[in-house]
Design a protein around this ligand. Sequence first.
Ligand code: NI
Length: 184
Amino acid sequence: MEVPKIKVLDEKEKILHTVSKEVSFPLSDDDKKLIYDSIKFLELSQDEDVAKKCNLRPGMGLAFIQMGLPKRIFVIANKDEDTGKFETHIIINPEIISQSEELVYVGEGEGCLSVNRYVEGIVPRHARITVKYNDIDGNEKTIRVREEIAVAFQHEIDHLNGILFVDRIDKKDPFKNQDKMREL
Ligand code: NI
């Protein structure tokens, strides 16, 4: 099985802090290919044998800006541990149109393919969000996501706005307001 050649930029790269631009349609063939390659890459990164052999870190989300392309596109591939099947999302020009008041955080900490170190602290996220976006053909869609997937969407939308999860951790008080949020 061939792992698509994808180079993910490290957090030191300044471009990760730029705001990505809206995408117009139709997408180029190159962009479409990169979308499908990114999904394949994420799926394979979650396969223990492949990850070990190819020295990949497991990832469930990737934004175009992490590959140096400031376009408002991200993909998610989330493995269902029971079935082994992937839930995948291709999200273009996303906009959060509503969000729950309830906040959550990932107890073990968020991960990012661009952040190659362990960072202590919590990242407050909305437990549920509704997102308006374009699909790969430019159709307008709306999706409601919750829990881990909602966190992944917010993490990736942050990338499109030049924000890394580490930027959202309070440096002086990394566990600030923890008691006001639910742990995932
Ligand atoms: Ni990330």
